[in-house]
Design a protein around this ligand. Structure first.
Ligand SMILES: Nc1ncnc2c1ncn2[C@@H]1O[C@H](COP(=O)(O)OP(=O)(O)OP(=O)(O)O)[C@@H](O)[C@H]1O
Length: 326
């Protein structure tokens, strides 16, 4: 690992960074630890313009969203500290494990149906929770779901609320009115058809994006690729290409799509109906919700995971180097 990936600075007197993890749209993320407890942390940082102490609006907004999600039983990184420290704004949160995009790679490009059903249960529940707080993600993608670490290693965590928005007006407690002519945020590959059209997005759009994510995790690809331009991607999602794709896909995905298509702009999705689609499949196949996903147990994958069998502790190797008493 290059030296510049090993960087150490302290924040708020009790947090010390150890490594650079990565750079997002506008912020940097660091691996760190709490110097008082030793517990691992991740820091999201953004420089403040010289001579000011005004927090950057986007990161301050994200910190606010995390605070609103504090009541969740599980599934979101906890915030340990946020604020201005020296010349940067910092959010200190739980360190997460690998995201679903990396895990898909480890599983050679796609997940088994059992893993997709178990993921769907947790991912729909995460969206249901943020929606219950009046928040929509606006950027549902495999990179924004990561596994926890340690005792949370089988719990899917939703993170990165850089594009999150409120769909309930705090002044009136009403759903925000529909508007057109909006600039589409999110990630082209997964945004809803309405977002492509510049419509204000709502809860149904998060769930539509999740359908694209689940379908890609299962099939390994979607009809549109990174090469398809914006207009072509929108046409494929709304048109025959996605219909054809669905017709050869799982009945669960077809029913899920039909539900999304039936929702009006301000209507609450039927989360239970969506979860039931995958629960029924788990029951029909006599699969247990043991949360042992493919990356932990690759036996349901045709070609196993990328981790070769030789990594498994091998007694013959121990004998060869003379460590075995016999
Ligand atoms: N709490 C965390 N623990 C571990 N890694 C994290 C954590 N938060 C973010 N990361 C990683 O840091 C990198 C940058 O994170 P960021 O949240 O900015 O994501 P991004 O999706 O790249 O940003 P954007 O969507 O704004 O372009 C990503 O690789 C992300 O997986």
């Amino acid at each position: 690992m290059a030296d510049d990936y090993l960087q150490s600075f302290t924040v708020a007197g009790f947090i010390q960074t150890t490594h650079f993890i990565g750079k997002g749209g506008s912020a940097e993320v660091w691996k760190a630890f709490n110097m008082l407890t030793g517990s691992p942390l991740a820091l999201k940082t953004k420089a403040i313009p010289a001579g000011t102490d005004v927090p950057p609006a986007d990161l301050a907004h994200e910190a606010g969203i995390y605070k609103l999600l504090r009541g969740a039983r599980e599934g979101f990184p906890s915030i340990h500290w946020s604020g201005v420290d020296k010349d940067q704004f910092v959010i200190a949160m739980d360190l997460l494990g690998p995201n679903l995009q990396s895990l898909k790679y480890v599983c050679r490009g796609s997940f088994s149906l059992r893993t997709v059903c178990m993921l769907a249960e947790q991912m729909i529940t995460r969206l249901q929770f943020i929606h219950s707080k009046g928040i929509i993600s606006g950027d549902v993608k495999p990179h924004n779901f990561a596994m926890g670490i340690g005792s949370k290693a089988r719990i899917v965590q939703l993170f990165d609320f850089g594009q999150a928005a409120f769909f309930v007006d705090p002044a009136t407690n009403e759903h925000i009115p529909f508007r057109g002519g909006r600039l589409s945020g999110g990630t082209v590959r997964y945004v809803s058809v309405a977002a492509h059209l510049g419509h204000e997005i709502s809860r149904r759009d998060d769930l539509e994006s999740l359908l694209y994510v689940l379908a890609e995790l299962f099939h390994g690809e979607l009809p549109w690729t990174t090469e398809s331009d914006l207009l072509r991607t929108a046409q494929m999602k709304a048109g025959k290409e996605f219909q054809d794709f669905l017709s050869q896909s799982l009945p669960e995905f077809r029913a899920y799509h039909a539900h999304c298509a039936s929702l009006s702009y301000g209507q609450a999705p039927d989360y239970a109906l969506l979860k039931d689609l995958f629960r029924k499949r788990m029951t029909t196949e006599s699969w247990q919700y043991d949360w042992r996903f493919d990356w932990e147990d690759g036996t349901a994958l045709e070609r196993g995971t990328l981790v070769p069998e030789d990594y498994v502790f091998d007694l013959r190797f121990v004998q060869r180097v003379g460590l075995d008493p016999q």
